[in-house]
Ligand binder design. Structure first.
Ligand SMILES: Cc1ncc(COP(=O)(O)O)c(C=O)c1O
Length: 417
């Protein structure tokens, strides 16, 4: 849905240069119909397995995005009281929400229980005992799943690998087995099943299949002692970021490969895709401020910084970069480092990118910026978080105002002790 018409970039039927003129830069833009298509593709691919698709709110937590997916039938995976509040605020019912995270506070657990969420995905025995105690205090009953760390290397960047013993997430298979048995004595809670999330931007189905086999083996081992109703295989499904040497698994083929593993087990399947649904729907627009040449580099300095979109600085991740106006074929090709204004050398969106010669005032597009981009933005260098706009065909609307310096300063006090 992002395409050029007469050398000008469009999102659906909306010309991007109109958005730049209306809202300024830096600016996040999301295509509603890409979001819906991505959701439909993954939920159709898993429908023959009866899977419940839980959108991972951390990937993009804007309430308009959440609202669209809720209307499409999504469930949600959350990791904080703040994410819970966002969902309740737009009218999402608790029975569409599951709550993960290694460090849930007592207050977050209370809020989750009172909201009647579907289940807590517990990550330690201490947390299990606390949830049980609070449930009994509140005279309520709570479903839980146990997050298992299946010790499978997802073969992804080390900062987004989560399923090996080096990582803080989940419990080993042995611990999970013992804790599952203990749940029989805790009358505030019921064990629903097992969960794992082995990492993000995974491009092969092999590690998933290994992890699922581990979960099923664990469920079967417990079968005669305690009934296991569900397994949750997390998210992590890779998306194309524009460096096409990484193969992206076909999601239907993946669900077909899972089918024989799940067939005789009568387990409700949950999946928690974030990036798969939101990444390709979004772009970040930015104005080219200066071209600066050093002895062996051309720096294209843009008005977006690592505070607006920190994936390249944080994970060294690749985003395709292009321009709003398609340059004409005859234009010279130059090699640029595309950098932001933040005072860090890691404030770089792409090194040695070949682009048609840029000139001051060009608008730069960072593609596939719908996941872990706006939701990770921050105020470093006292920079203001960008506005966000939703596009549907030829309609567009602001879904987050650009911050003002007053917004930031309103949190601070002058105190001299
Ligand atoms: C428990 C859990 N589920 C789901 C996700 C979503 O991952 P992705 O956006 O890669 O699909 C994450 C991401 O970190 C996660 O920690």
């Amino acid at each position: 849905m992002y395409h050029y018409k007469d050398n000008s970039l469009f999102c659906e039927d909306t010309e991007i240069s109109d958005l730049v003129n209306t809202y300024g830069t830096p600016l996040y833009v999301y295509s509603k119909n890409i979001l819906k298509d991505n959701y439909a593709r993954i939920s159709n691919a898993f429908s023959h397995l009866g899977a419940k698709v839980c959108f991972s709110v951390k990937s993009n937590s804007n309430i308009s995005i959440l609202n669209i997916l809720y209307k499409e039938g999504a469930y949600f995976d959350i990791v904080s009281g703040g994410e819970l509040f966002r969902l309740l605020n737009i009218g999402v019912k608790g029975d569409r929400i599951i709550f993960s995270g290694v460090g849930k506070t007592e207050s977050e657990i209370r809020k989750g229980i009172k909201a009647n969420i579907l289940y807590f995905n517990i990550e330690s025995e201490d947390e299990l005992n606390l949830i049980n105690k609070i449930a009994i205090d509140l005279n309520m009953h709570v479903n839980i799943t146990i997050r298992v760390n299946p010790n499978v290397d997802a073969g992804t960047h080390k900062h987004i690998t989560t399923g090996t013993q080096e990582n803080k997430f989940g419990l080993s298979v042995g611990q999970a087995y013992n804790i599952a048995l203990k749940t029989a004595d805790l009358y505030g809670i019921t064990l629903d099943g097992f969960h794992c999330h082995i990492g993000s931007q995974i491009t092969s189905t092999t590690p998933y299949l290994k992890a699922v086999k581990n979960l099923i083996r664990l469920s079967n081992k417990l079968k005669n002692k305690i009934p296991i109703k569900s397994i949750n295989i997390g998210g992590g499904f890779g998306v194309p970021y524009g460096n096409e040497n990484t193969p992206i698994p076909d999601i239907s083929e993946f669900s077909n490969q899972l089918e024989p593993l799940l067939l005789n087990n009568d387990l409700q399947l949950f999946i928690e895709p974030g990036r798969y649904i939101s990444a390709t729907s979004g772009i970040l627009l930015s104005e080219l401020l200066y071209i600066k040449k050093s002895r062996n580099k051309n720096f294209a300095i843009i008005d977006a910084g690592m505070n607006d979109l920190m994936r390249p600085a944080l994970y060294n991740s690749f985003h395709k970069i292009t321009t709003v106006s398609k340059k004409i074929d005859s234009e010279e090709i130059c090699i640029y480092d595309i950098v932001g204004p933040v005072c860090e050398s890691s404030d770089c969106f792409g090194k040695n990118r070949k682009l048609k010669k840029l000139t001051k005032g060009d608008y730069i597009v960072i593609m596939n910026a719908g996941a872990y981009c706006a939701s990770l933005s921050n105020n470093y260098n006292s920079r203001l978080k960008p506005a966000e706009v939703l596009v549907s065909r030829n309609n567009h609307a602001l879904i987050r105002k650009k911050e003002t310096i007053d917004d930031i300063l309103s949190m601070e006090r002058i105190v001299d002790l």
